[in-house]
Every structure is written in structure tokens, then in C-alpha cells.
Design a protein around this ligand. Structure first.
Ligand SMILES: [Zn+2]
Length: 493
């Protein structure tokens, strides 16, 4: 009997361990904010109260930059981070080129593949709306739920993935990101202590974010529709004529996507540099394969040429130097990194530009017009901080609350997310490279096949995806449950 019983126990005892690693995906946390918090900083919140905070300074390596996609927004960025298929659009409202029509999904209730792959994420609907109405409440709910769910996960999985949405939504609404991050640190310290007691080893924690936040306040809304209409263009939902433009708009952002007839691209890009609030305009040149235009608001102009086979880039300034990359060209030349045609490999460009005001710009602009979504736009406008693009109604609605800042633009404050580890030093990298560093982030839920698989093989697990029933009551060999964490959180300022 002992032999029979023992042989049954072995795999269960093995699978009764908590996961080795917690991978916490924090939406919209800036590198500069996390770096400041690790150092310790004194600041005033929006009510004028002064705080000194320091967090993630014990048990973590120094934070590294995780440079976002361009535009620096969630869906393309998380999809790249997790090495998923590109999403259909940059946003949930997008232009479907094959159908020649604009598609609008509900950003609150719809889910992208990366969201479905999480071990835990806030379900759509009510809680997501709460994230925009009462972000601090939703934030408490999210972080408490992740920790509770993690401590109940004893199904043999090695990596546990969770996505926190409210770190982004709260910042859009002037939430105190330093309080939120300090709270996360505190809760994770409690979790680590519980984990040590239960598992007899250290929990590995990895924090990632998809983009930054410019903290530029409410921002002035750019009059792009009026501007384009005045110039003779027609804002439409499809592109039938050369002057038709599709302008998918969702939320409040510091970038604009423009879909247009190929013949209009160059003139349109040039025109848009005169729109007040514009910093940089990029465009894919329709008649020249793998060539991309960068123009800034001063009319300075450069060409990016991409060799997709070598994954190498050439930057040629045609007039001025719109993103100040000529010194980088010089450095690459001096290091012998340029080939005879003046192209350098993407990694060489990255190494020289990670910490610049427009980080890893060439590669990100090219990918932004070709790879980061299934329906890339012809023209992308990156706004100056302090200017925003939004629908009129959304901006009016947001006027009722205080806007804290946004993201989407090409520059570092919008683009630099975080990579922070408790178990190994990290290096600055990009969203398109980070999956390689972590073996492709294994053990995520299979979003595509899970629904089908769960119905055929685990019909009784439908309501609790991928979680085995609680075994601790039936088998004495299961380690004791870790002590319950206090659910009390630090009060907001
Ligand atoms: Zn956001």
C-alpha cells in the first residue's frame, strides 16, 4: 500500500510547489521614475504634499531601460515583449487595410493575445472601467489579487505572469506613481518573506513595463482634423480618393496615426510638420521600398534606409539633422561599424542610442511602419510633450478629471519602460529583444488553444483556468500554507 500510495504522492508533491518566478508586467512605468525611486527622491504630489520615498532598493538589481515600440503604446509593445503575433492595430480602434475600413473595438472589454496569456490579469468590464474612474481602488484590487492568486498557485508551473493595468491608467489621471510603486515593493517584500518561509528559497521577481509616461499634465489638444480639412483632405473611414484620410483615434495620446492614399504620403508628411504641437513626423515612402522619412517641426529632414536581410540601417540627413543622429553616424564610423554603403547593424545602432533623447529611433520607426501591427500606418506623428491627440468627447470627459500625462511619442520619457530583476543583473534593451533574454517567456497560457483545450480535457477547470483543485486538505505531505499576508495596504497620501 505504501508503495502504491508513495508512487502517487511523488508527482503531486512536486507539483505542489509555488512557481519559481513572478513576472509582473506593469503598464506604463517609466524608467526615469523607477531609477529615481531606487535612488530615493523627494517630491510633491498634485495636492502639494511633500513626500520622500525610496523603493526597490533592497533585493533588486539597478533598473534597466526597456525601450518601447514606436508608437510607445501598450498593444504593439507587450506583443513584442512577449514575442506574440503583432496586434491588428496599434490601438483597439484601427484601420483594416484589407477591408478598407476603420474597425473600433471596445478598449475596456476587448482583450489582446498578451492579456489572455497572463496567469492573472484583471478581467475586462467593471474592474477595467474602475481603473479609469477610481484607479487607486482598482490598483489595490489588482496587486492584492495577484499576490493572493500567486500564493494559491501550486500546479507545477514555473513562471507566473501577471499584468497590472492601473499603473498606466492612474498616471493618465495624475495618480501618484511613486506611491503605487512603493506599495508594490512593500507587498512584494511581504510576498518574498512568505515565499521564503513556505518554499525555503528566494522568489525570483522580474518587473517589466511597456512604455513610459511624459507626466506633461493635461496637454493642449492638437487640431489635426481641422488642420487637414483646411488643407483639402477629407477625414473618412476608408480610402477611396487621393485626399481621403483615416485617423483612428482612441484615448488621449502623444502621437497620431494617419492612413492615406500612397500618392499623398510625402506631401502629407511635409504638411503635418506645420501643425502646432508636432515634434517629429515619420512616413513610409510608397514608391521606394524600405525607405522612411523623418521630418521635424523645423523642417529638418532625413532618410532611413533599411536592409531587412542584414537588419541594418543607414541614416542620411537631407537637410539639418531632425533627430540629432549625425554624431551617432560619426561614432559608428569611427568604431568601424559602418559597411561600405554606410549601413550599420541594428545592434550597433542600439548600443549607441539606448540612452539618447530619441532612443533606438531608426529601428523603431521602421518597425513602427512595418512590423509592430498587422495594419501599419503610412504616416506617424510624434507630438511634443504638453500636446495631445484625442477625440473631442474624450478630451471633454477627461477635463472633468485631472490628466497627469500620456505617452506614444518617440522620445525617451514616452518610450523608456523598465526591466527590473531580483535574481540577475539586467541590461538596457528593446521590446523586440527582451524575450530572447528570458528564453521566450515560457509557460504563458496558450491564449489561442486554451479555450478549446480547457473544454475537451479539463471541463471542470473552466472557471479557474489552469489551476488544480486545492490538494492540501487531502494530502498530509503538502507543505503548510504560507502565512496569510496582511491585506492592509499603505494608505494613499
Ligand atoms: Zn497609457
Amino acid at each position: 500500500m505504501l508503495v502504491v500510495f508513495g508512487s502517487q504522492l511523488a508527482p503531486i508533491a512536486y507539483s505542489a510547489r509555488l512557481p519559481n518566478r513572478l513576472i509582473l508586467c506593469l503598464d506604463g512605468v517609466s524608467y526615469r521614475d523607477m531609477a529615481a525611486l531606487q535612488q530615493g527622491l523627494t517630491y510633491k504630489d498634485i495636492h502639494g504634499w511633500k513626500f520622500h520615498r525610496q523603493a526597490f532598493n533592497h533585493g533588486y538589481f539597478p533598473v534597466s531601460r526597456l525601450i518601447s515600440t514606436f508608437p510607445s503604446i501598450s498593444d504593439p509593445s507587450w506583443s513584442e515583449i512577449l514575442d506574440d503575433q503583432p496586434p491588428p492595430g496599434y490601438q483597439r480602434t484601427y484601420f483594416d487595410a484589407s477591408k478598407d475600413s476603420e474597425v473600433a473595438l471596445n478598449g475596456v472589454t476587448s482583450s489582446e493575445e498578451y492579456e489572455e496569456q497572463m496567469t492573472w490579469q484583471m478581467a475586462g468590464g467593471f474592474h477595467r472601467i474602475l481603473g479609469y474612474v477610481a484607479p487607486q481602488h482598482a490598483f489595490r484590487y489588482e496587486i492584492n489579487s495577484v499576490i493572493k492568486d500567486f500564493l494559491q498557485t501550486r500546479d507545477g508551473r514555473v513562471n507566473y505572469y501577471a499584468l497590472i493595468h492601473t499603473t498606466d491608467s492612474a498616471q493618465h489621471l495624475s495618480g501618484d506613481i511613486f506611491w503605487m510603486l512603493s506599495t508594490i515593493d512593500e507587498r512584494l517584500q511581504q510576498l518574498r518573506a512568505a515565499y521564503r518561509a513556505s518554499e525555503g528559497k528566494e522568489l525570483e521577481i522580474l518587473l517589466l513595463s511597456d512604455h513610459g509616461n511624459n507626466h506633461a499634465g493635461g496637454g493642449k489638444r492638437v487640431g489635426v482634423r481641422h488642420f487637414l480639412k483646411s488643407a483639402g483632405y477629407r477625414i473618412s473611414k476608408s480610402i477611396r480618393n487621393t485626399n481621403d484620410i483615416v485617423l483612428p483615434t482612441a484615448g488621449i495620446e502623444s502621437w497620431i496615426e494617419i492612413h492615406n492614399s500612397p500618392t499623398a504620403t510625402e506631401a502629407l508628411a511635409q504638411l503635418l510638420t506645420h501643425l502646432k504641437g508636432v515634434d517629429i513626423v515619420t512616413a513610409q515612402l510608397p514608391d521606394r521600398t524600405n525607405q522612411f522619412l523623418i521630418i521635424n517641426s523645423k523642417g529638418e529632414r532625413a532618410l532611413i534606409e533599411w536592409n531587412p536581410i542584414q537588419n541594418s540601417f543607414r541614416y542620411s540627413a537631407e537637410q539639418g539633422d531632425p533627430i540629432n543622429y549625425l554624431p551617432v553616424v560619426e561614432t559608428l564610423k569611427n568604431k568601424g561599424a559602418l559597411d561600405s554603403d554606410g549601413f550599420a547593424k541594428s545592434d550597433a545602432w542600439m548600443a549607441e542610442t539606448l540612452a539618447l533623447p530619441y532612443p533606438v529611433a531608426l529601428e523603431r520607426i521602421v518597425r513602427g511602419h512595418t512590423r509592430v501591427t498587422l495594419n501599419p500606418s503610412t504616416v506617424i506623428v510624434s507630438l511634443k510633450n504638453g500636446y495631445i491627440h484625442s477625440g473631442f468627447i474624450i478630451k471633454r470627459g477627461a477635463a472633468l478629471t485631472k490628466c497627469g500625462g500620456t505617452h506614444g511619442a518617440l522620445d525617451d520619457v514616452n518610450s523608456d519602460g523598465i526591466l527590473l530583476s531580483s535574481f540577475a543583473p539586467t541590461k538596457d534593451t528593446t521590446t523586440s529583444r527582451v524575450a530572447e533574454v528570458y528564453d521566450g517567456f515560457p509557460g504563458r497560457r496558450d491564449a489561442r488553444n486554451w479555450a478549446a483545450a480547457s473544454k475537451t480535457t479539463h471541463p471542470h477547470f473552466n472557471s479557474f483556468p489552469y489551476r488544480l483543485p486545492n490538494l492540501s486538505s487531502s494530502f498530509a505531505c503538502i507543505p503548510p500554507k504560507p502565512p496569510l499576508l496582511k491585506t492592509q495596504m499603505m494608505s494613499p497620501p
